[in-house]
Design a protein around this ligand. Structure first.
Ligand SMILES: *Cc1c(COP(=O)(O)O)cnc(C)c1O
Length: 367
């Protein structure tokens, strides 16, 4: 009898969830694969059949060590990296990597490409540790393109760039070619497309755009670039300290890493080619509408448009609020543009379904 009641209630809840399906275009924290969320919920109740929540077990337990090991090794597998590379899960977000990179690798002079707010914040931090030369910048046109006309000096300790500019909606379609160590903030397009990760010496990403919950930061580093600066590095800031402790120098962000692992498994099951094909289909559909619909205009040079974050304006910006209301009516969430660009931003991270983009295009067409 009671079981029967429970079933009816569960079915009714499911129906409401289905009816109110929200199309989540949030820029971050952002949409995650439903499977990853479900696995997270399960682990909150009963982690790896321990009878305990993942929130209340030791990070030194064998069950948790297995999670961390797999979360590290799966990154290497997905990118085909050998043991020259180490994978770390740290805290402090991508913003802490802005300074940690320079702390560990900037001996005298580094080169930076300035393609947006995040890139310029990385430059600001690096300047505290040495010279951070801006080799190219698209600031002159409100970061609406990716600069191509620049030289990369041979005497820099590394070149740093931001592969996808979350706020402005631009993305490197080709990566800089150089023999100096290449360092990339990949926070908002990590695992969204096939890349040759062996071309990079250090990649970092805050998890909350394309990987998992806020709180974990992924760092992938080629060991040979470390240990070359003469300054003293506090333990928590020292990549080699974290490497020597298998990313467990101190308590890791246990639950976020668990969810990141579930997302990585989802990517692994789909395959990066398939993830990329999905992302291309979504971006093509939306940009086609932006270009064909006379009410809207894109803000980024076409060849530099991001497949993750599409930024666009209404020609008549007095109708912005009305468009946002129409989106809300269609259960479309997170579409308001960042204040530095205005208008709208549709973030289409890996887990977003094509149906959600169709729903947005539909609103644009009927508006
Ligand atoms: C969001 C974002 C950041 C900042 O990440 P935090 O984890 O909040 O520090 C840095 N770089 C890029 C490209 C981002 O999208």
């Amino acid at each position: 009898m009671w079981n029967w009641f429970r079933m009816v209630i569960l079915l009714r809840q499911r129906k409401t969830i289905k009816m109110n399906k929200v199309h989540n275009f949030s820029a971050g924290p952002a949409i995650l694969p439903q499977e990853a969320i479900n696995a997270g919920v399960e682990a909150l109740q009963n982690f790896a059949n321990t009878g305990l929540s993942i929130l209340e077990v030791s990070h030194r337990s064998k069950e948790y060590v297995a999670v961390m090991d797999e979360a590290r090794s799966l990154v290497k597998k997905l990118w085909g990296l050998n043991d020259d590379y180490e994978v770390l899960y740290l805290q402090g977000g991508a913003s802490t990597q802005f300074l940690m990179v320079a702390y560990n690798v900037l001996a005298k002079k580094a080169g930076y490409i300035d393609t947006g707010v995040w890139a310029s914040k990385a430059i600001k931090e690096a300047k505290m540790f040495g010279e951070a030369d801006v080799l190219a910048s698209s600031k002159d046109k409100n970061y609406s393109y990716i600069p191509t006309d620049y030289q990369i000096p041979q005497d820099i300790d590394y070149l740093h760039f931001t592969s996808n500019n979350t706020i402005y909606g631009s993305q490197f379609q080709q990566f800089p070619e150089t023999s100096v160590p290449l360092i990339c903030d990949m926070s908002s397009d990590i695992f969204s497309r096939k890349i040759d990760a062996t071309k990079f010496d250090l990649i970092y990403a805050g998890a909350q755009k394309n990987l998992g919950p806020a709180g974990a930061t992924l760092v992938v580093v080629k060991k040979e670039i470390l240990g070359k600066v003469s300054r003293q590095i506090p333990s928590m800031m020292d990549y080699n300290v974290h490497i020597s402790k298998d990313s467990m120098f101190n308590t890791p962000p246990a639950f976020p890493v668990y969810v990141v692992l579930q997302t990585l498994k989802w990517i692994d099951r789909l395959g990066i080619d398939q993830v990329e094909a999905r992302n291309t289909a979504k971006a093509d559909l939306l940009y086609q509408e932006i270009d064909n619909n006379e009410l809207f205009v894109g803000t980024v040079r076409k060849e530099d448009r991001s497949k993750m974050n599409a930024t666009f304006l209404l020609n008549d910006d007095s109708r912005n609020e009305a468009f946002l209301a129409a989106c809300q009516e269609a259960n479309i969430s997170g579409i308001k543009g960042h204040r530095s660009v205005g208008g709208f931003r549709a973030s289409m991270y890996n887990a977003l379904e094509l149906d959600s983009v169709k729903a947005l295009v539909n609103v644009m067409q009927t508006f």
